[in-house]
Design a protein around this ligand. Structure first.
Ligand SMILES: *Cc1c(COP(=O)(O)O)cnc(C)c1O
Length: 463
């Protein structure tokens, strides 16, 4: 019999604090559309308050919540304001946030089905929906992790093990020293997370063939090396600056059947893979479904709460082979969806709960519309600035626009002025030798009005 002799102190504390946290959160969200997107000097200075608590003088839990609110809230970046265009940071959808609150209350460990039947069932359903909505091969398996960096590690290590296994070399027993040569090919425009992945995977940069990219940041397929033996080809959907993608079909279909059989193609599609979720943008990632594994994020373009990456693999047995761990006390078997055998982590949050809620309530059409809307918003943003004489550095194909305001110093000065003004937030980057303003429309709550207000603020900052 469960213990039912009344609510324990601990439970009552949890309820009281959750109510307080909800009130704070609601008050915070009420300011989402009006707050400035800049953190002033006094708000920055106030953050030192967090460091004034010492371990021998703890404060009450309610006081800790109040400090988080009073000191922390004013120094956040409002990613859900509709006017935040930094990095590829999305807002959070209402349903995603709400579902994550329940998942937090559940506090489930999603490592094993026996630990949480609910988390496991939701995870399996969300994984199937992801594969379906992203229009990836139906035999693929998806699993959730901390972000696209972790998903890249997962996919690339799986590919490394698989192609070397096929060449008669078992990495798990022999390691990498003395293995058959493994060709590793990627664009010079590959994301930094892929370079870190290769380090983690024991593949040094001297062993990597970097293929030149064109002026849009796409791997130049005519400069691909001839593959002969086990190979890892790592391609990109959505360059983090330009939004352009590598020519998947040309690269993958140019391989002979024998080369293809010895090659694992992994796609880093942290945000760009979502272009495949809408018929209007799919042509920009044509052939992406021909790969073997994919990394993407739910916390970027799907606007799920942080953190949530996704790895998708069309060879479930290979993923399990590389990621499985076995111990008597966990008693897993291959038929069950044990997340600890489908990714790097053992204990893990039930990250799929908000993802499932978003996908279940948006559906295929809702996701496609959200992706398309942000792309149209980026196009409108760029067009407004171009009309006012600002230079667009690469054509807008997805949600990214790269703008220059003359020489590098002027561009940097405009970016700094926009950040200080706080009407919107944009970051800077260096694109093929030139400083540029990066505009990323990744919050699906961004309206055309938001774009117009932000563009006007940017143009005002120019003078
Ligand atoms: C954001 C991004 C990553 C890294 O994703 P995280 O979720 O931050 O780990 C990798 N590749 C590309 C192209 C990205 O845009």
């Amino acid at each position: 019999m469960p213990h039912t002799s009344g609510v324990t102190d601990m439970t009552q504390n949890k309820i009281d604090l959750l109510r307080a946290a909800t009130e704070i959160s609601v008050r915070y969200i009420e300011q989402d559309r009006t707050a400035r997107l800049s953190v002033g000097d006094s708000e920055l200075a106030a953050l030192d308050g967090f460091g004034t608590i010492d371990a021998d003088n703890p404060i009450a839990p309610a006081a800790a919540l109040a400090m988080i609110d009073h000191l922390g809230s004013p120094a956040t970046m409002r990613q859900s304001s509709g006017r935040y265009f930094g990095f590829v940071n999305g807002g959070v959808t209402p349903i995603g946030l709400a579902a994550s609150v329940i998942a937090g209350a559940w506090d489930q460990n999603a490592a094993l089905p026996i630990m949480s039947p609910a988390a496991t069932a939701i995870d399996a359903a969300a994984a199937d929906l992801i594969v379906d909505v992203l229009a990836l091969p139906h035999e693929s398996v998806a699993s959730f992790c901390g972000g696209a960096t972790i998903a890249n590690i997962t996919g690339i290590v799986t590919g490394r093990d698989h192609v070397l296994q096929q060449a008669g070399w078992d990495v798990h027993t022999k390691g990498l020293a003395g293995s058959p040569p493994l060709a590793v090919v990627l664009s010079e425009e590959a994301h930094v997370s892929v370079l870190k992945t290769l380090r983690v995977a024991g593949i040094g940069s001297d062993a990597v063939h970097r293929v030149p990219a064109d002026s849009f940041g796409r791997l130049d397929a005519t400069q691909m090396p001839t593959l002969d033996g086990p190979a890892l080809v790592i391609l990109q959907a959505g360059n983090v600056n330009t939004g352009h993608s590598d020519p998947f079909r040309a690269i993958i279909e140019s391989l002979t059947p024998q080369q293809r059989a010895q090659t694992w193609v992994h796609v880093d599609g942290a945000f760009g893979l979502w272009a495949n979720a809408t018929p209007n943008r799919r042509q920009h990632v044509d052939g992406v479904d021909l790969a073997d594994s994919w990394a993407t994020d739910a916390h970027k373009w799907l606007n799920a709460p942080y953190d949530c990456g996704v790895v998708v693999c069309r060879h479930p047995a290979a993923l399990r082979h590389s990621m499985a761990m076995n111990a008597a006390y966990v008693e897993t078997n291959d038929d069950t969806r044990s997340l600890m055998n489908l990714g790097l982590q053992m204990s893990q949050a039930a990250r799929a709960v908000p993802v499932w809620a978003i996908l279940a309530s948006e559906g295929r059409v809702g996701v496609a519309d959200a992706i398309e809307r942000t792309c149209l918003a980026a196009e409108r943003f760029a067009a407004t600035l171009v009309d006012a004489g600002v230079e667009l550095l690469t054509p807008v194909v997805l949600n990214q626009a790269l703008m220059a305001f003359g020489d590098d110093a002027t561009t940097d000065a405009v970016i700094a002025a926009v950040q200080a003004d706080g009407t919107c937030w944009v970051g800077g980057t260096t694109w093929q030798g030139r400083r540029a303003m990066r505009i990323s429309v990744s919050d699906i709550g961004t309206t055309f009005d938001d774009v117009d207000v932000a563009a006007a603020a940017i143009l005002k900052s120019r003078s």
